[in-house]
Design a binder for this molecule. Sequence first.
Ligand SMILES: Cc1ncc(COP(=O)(O)O)c(C=O)c1O
Length: 468
Amino acid sequence: MRPLSRKATCNSHGQDSSYFLGWQEYEKRPYDAVRNPTGIIQMGLAENQLSFDLLESWLAANPDAASFKGNGESIFRELALFQDYHGLPAFKKALTEFMSEIRRNKVNFDPTNLVLTAGATSANETLIFCLAEEGEAFLLPTPYYPGFDRDLKWRTGAEIVPIECHSSNGFKITQAALDDAYEAAQKRNLRVKGVLITNPSNPLGTTLTREELNLLLNFVNAKDIHLISDEIYSGTVFNSPGFISVMEVVRDLKLENTDVWNQVHIVYSLSKDLGLPGFRVGAIYSNNDAVVSAATKMSSFGLISSQTQYLLSALLSDKNFTKNYIKENQRRLRRRQEMLVNGLRNVGIECLQSNAGLFCWVDMRHLMSSNTFEGEMELWKKILYDVRLNISAGGSCHCSEPGWFRVCFSNMTEDTLNLSMQRLKNFVNSMNSSSSQSHHQRMKNSRRRSLTKWVLRLSFSDREPEER
Ligand SMILES: Cc1ncc(COP(=O)(O)O)c(C=O)c1O
């Protein structure tokens, strides 16, 4: 008898990707300044730990919210029994207002169109489940978040077809790339149900331009398919150009009375902007009543606990707090990103210019022994085992060009980030000196060979053919 179902054992989960293997290696010997100073530094995890002090100060000043109290009275029993899959109305209101605030109030969200889910992971899977049959496809621009293989494909049976983006134009989405992906899906006999983008992008750390969003909306309109915009990093935009939500462009293009209005869906979560992945708070926002209704039923499989909703509705309703938090968190992210970019530049490594996210997209093509994905893996292993930094190889993000790596900067202290740059510097210096040594050695050898040839020619010119 088969011990497990086919679905449980099929490898579309992507667990064997180097992205997850790096995490496992980190878990075996994690860096700790005191207990394990030579351990692996985790730079492959997009966590935001930069603004915990702001959240902790708010909790200290508002003890009722975390201790099951409302207006001084215990609401323990009410919360213990609450299990409505529509969610706490106060929380949905607070979350939609927070989402609008992040978009500088250019878009308003109606809480009745919001479906709560246990994180963006659950939101993305739920949407694919609602929109695609097994064997139908979504097109995704590359490079993309490695977790999507698990989230979008594993349980739903849907397929991902890459929209190949390239470094030559800063990995921008083009009409040609969209058309090629659509054609590639057709060649594989896959019916395309939609496009899924992350804006800001994980792993690029960049926001989509208005031109790209226009292009995408025209494309989904022409093909009569869906557009899912995962905007989990929308609050992390720390530099210009500012963030433009797909909903803003839908409004600006006056698409409210067209089919597109019902075909655009947003995914959101508090895992990155508030740094709370452990709280499992996510959401789907859609103007499509059928999608909202189906997704609400599905959300029974991944609800947010009532005390989490209660606590966060109090936190997010405090407008002074949210205003200050968003600004200060972005300031801290900008500083960190600059530290990483400058640290890398000092050792001759450049990043794609970024303005958002918790990571940089780093160009290490010149450090590879060959311009191949084997060369990329070889470098990744050296950096993991010798330099002891866990960074994510571009191949695990389905990048079409080898040599790019995602490096996270907000899940550690400044001292740890400085140490990681020091380690990298030693590594690059040792590579440079060994390659200049081998260059020097090659030069010496070739000089010796010429000398030998010359001596040989002098002494054996009539007897031996010249060595080649
Ligand atoms: C683009 C993207 N979507 C979804 C997720 C999953 O987030 P959550 O913790 O809210 O499930 C992540 C996490 O890294 C992500 O980067």
